[in-house]
Design a binder for this molecule. Structure first.
Ligand SMILES: [Ca+2]
Ligand SMILES: [Ca+2]
Ligand SMILES: [Ca+2]
Ligand SMILES: [Ca+2]
Length: 382
């Protein structure tokens, strides 16, 4: 995104997907949105001009059964606008749709009290207080929220009270009990520090006399919003849940504070090796990915480079956006699929275990190798 001159615009003369789909293929999925209450949801993030980078991303969806009736419900995060942030307009609202069955949904946002009305960037669901009811963490550009599920169809924002009202630009968060004490902990990546009193140059500045000029921030030859490169990134935050149910910021102590201030976009707690300790991966935009192996003493070792996950096969950082984790080849080892920004390749990292022998000729077991140092990943996307 932005930050470099990319030359003259490229004009595509045909749809770039032509020839890669089979028109005779059977229709497997039907888009039923218009038949449901979800059809009335409108996601809004800034203006169409997208003058600033925070108007570009936003959103997120959580599908979970908030009322325990066995039917999965849908929570849609919404963005916001600069006037709304300044109190000069109505903020867009997030929405919770209760599943009534038979593709019928009821908008229960107002009753549930989960409209957010801040600039939403992501959502992570977890039952942090072990009462059997899933709770909602909403990552905001602004102040994040933790909606406690009261069990009667309503939620209460307890973020300030419990110490997780993260300020700044929070993105794809993840719940996980990294220290195995039975209480969920919360990791939240930070993206970019934005100073509203000193906003980055916008495309409308490009042609102004004395302005930043055409070459400042371009995408395919068109002036666009600036960032993330050249903008100040944000550190990341790990909240450890204490015995009293409040959270403490242990990012620095645990070694996951991201002092380089990479542009964090997505994260996931994951069992990456064979011990029973949760590891952590952070997908960053335009900066190396961070891969943390849990050492079991409340700290993590960052192994992004030695594991092969930090960069792509050409040794370049990619504009990481999202992550999917799964054992697609039934090898009992997780693989990572990372999605990247437009025109960049998406990457599948397959976990491999080098065949090593110990000094007495015995095979080194995977758990010994992987938990003591790193899990090695190979890039299969090429
Ligand atoms: Ca339900
Ligand atoms: Ca709960
Ligand atoms: Ca814990
Ligand atoms: Ca970060």
């Amino acid at each position: 995104m932005g930050g470099v001159s990319t030359g003259t615009p490229i004009n595509y003369t045909s749809r770039r997907t032509v020839g890669i789909t089979d028109p005779k293929a059977p229709m497997v999925f039907e888009d039923v949105t218009d038949k449901t209450a979800l059809a009335s949801f409108k996601h809004l993030a800034g203006t169409l001009a997208k003058d600033y980078i925070f108007e570009v991303p936003s959103g997120g969806v959580a599908i979970f059964d908030y009322d325990g009736d066995g039917l999965p419900d849908i929570y849609l995060v919404n963005g916001s606008t600069i006037p709304a942030l300044q109190g000069k307009g109505n903020p867009p609202r997030a929405a919770l749709y209760r599943n009534l069955g038979n593709w019928k949904f009821e908008d229960v946002t107002a009753k549930a009290g989960v409209a957010n009305e801040r600039w939403g960037m992501g959502v992570a669901v977890g039952d942090y207080d072990n009462d059997g009811r899933p709770d909602i963490f909403v990552s905001n550009f602004g102040v994040s929220r933790l909606y406690h599920n009261n069990g009667d169809g309503t939620f209460t924002d307890v973020a300030e009270k419990l110490g997780v009202a993260r300020k700044g630009w929070s993105t794809g968060a993840t719940w996980g009990d990294y220290d195995g004490d039975g209480r969920l902990d919360l990791f939240v990546p930070g993206y970019i520090e934005i100073d509203f009193n000193n906003l980055p140059p916008s495309p409308k500045d490009a042609n102004k006399p004395g302005g930043v000029g055409q070459n400042f921030c371009q995408f395919r030859g068109t002036p666009v919003m600036c960032g993330p490169r050249s903008l100040q990134g944000e550190g990341d935050t790990l909240y450890h849940q204490k015995t009293d149910g409040t959270f403490e910021n242990v990012s620095v102590k645990a070694g996951v504070s991201d002092p380089q201030k990479y542009y964090g976009f997505s994260s996931a707690f994951v069992h990456a090796n064979e011990d029973d300790l949760l590891d952590l991966i952070v997908v960053n935009d335009s900066t190396p990915k961070l891969f943390y192996i849990n050492k079991g003493d409340g700290t993590f070792e960052e192994v992004g480079y030695p594991s092969g996950v930090a960069l792509n096969e050409n040794g370049r950082e990619q504009a990481g956006m999202g992550i999917a984790i799964g054992d697609y080849d039934n090898s009992d080892r997780v693989s990572f699929h990372i999605t990247n920004f437009s025109d960049d390749s998406n990457v599948l990292y397959h976990q491999i275990i080098p065949q090593l022998m110990s000094t007495n000729g015995e095979p080194v077991t995977r758990s010994k190798l992987c938990s003591s140092r790193i899990c090695e990943m190979e890039n299969l996307s090429g």
